[in-house]
Write a protein that binds this ligand. Structure first.
Ligand code: 5RP
Length: 219
């Protein structure tokens, strides 16, 4: 079974958690694009969505779904997003699409974080298969890169990418994250770092894994 079919399977299964008359938090990435398409089929059931990227905002509007600003809501019932890696403890690496900061902001508004992935995203240790994205204020690029080297990583500037917030991304390779909660906090304290792609302080609550055996729900 191909990866897109597994992503669609996970995305469609997430619809069962969408409650009537709510505003849904929506992340970004190719799996979320499948979710947005699925959400379009029940658009009359919901009030609208808060999007974690300009791209998701555009796709939601194309489906006829009203998009609210994060400043317009005091909370969300659910937030649905993908991940680049996810552990059995539901901790994630995110930011492959450079939307990590807004994803963390919208996730923080939600009561329940639902992560939708295909089975290739499941790992035992974060950093095993995917580099860690870090969003950095442009003037701090070199000093943050040096700090990441002292922490044991190999940072690489993501050429040609500017985030929705006008910043740059450093992808940290060769960086096995043994203590995700501590590392997330440590990186948050580096001057010039806007957000790091470890989602451990606020892990997912429900994971839906698309696989050849169907959509597996992990609670
Ligand atoms: C974007 C993200 C995405 O959720 C993550 O990159 C997964 O993407 P995809 O669903 O395309 O595999 O964090 O910043």
């Amino acid at each position: 079974m191909d990866q897109l079919t597994m992503k669609k399977m996970a995305a469609n299964a997430a619809l069962q958690y969408v409650k009537a008359d709510t505003i849904v938090g929506v992340g970004s990435g190719s799996t979320v694009n499948c979710f947005i398409e699925a959400l379009g089929t029940i658009k009359h059931k919901i009030k609208g969505a808060v999007a974690a990227s300009k791209n998701s905002e555009t796709l939601l509007r194309e489906q006829g779904i009203e998009v609210f600003s994060a400043n317009d809501v005091s909370g969300l019932d659910i937030y649905v997003d993908g991940a680049d890696e996810i552990t059995p403890h539901k901790m994630m690496i995110k930011g492959g699409g450079a939307a990590l900061t807004r994803e963390k902001i919208v996730a923080a508004l939600a009561k329940t974080f639902i992560c939708i992935v295909d089975k290739s995203k499941q790992v035992e240790v974060l950093g095993s298969t995917f580099p860690l994205p870090v969003e950095v204020i442009p003037m701090a690029r070199s000093q943050v890169a040096r700090k990441l080297v002292t922490l044991g990583g190999s940072p690489e500037y993501r050429e040609g990418v500017v985030t929705d917030n006008g910043n740059i991304i450093l992808d940290v390779h060769n960086f096995k994250i043994i203590n995700p909660v501590e590392m997330e906090k440590e990186l948050n304290n580096v001057a010039g770092v806007v957000t790091n792609g470890i989602f451990a302080l606020r892990p997912a609550d429900i994971v839906i894994v698309g696989s050849p055996d169907g959509a597996q729900i992990l609670k």
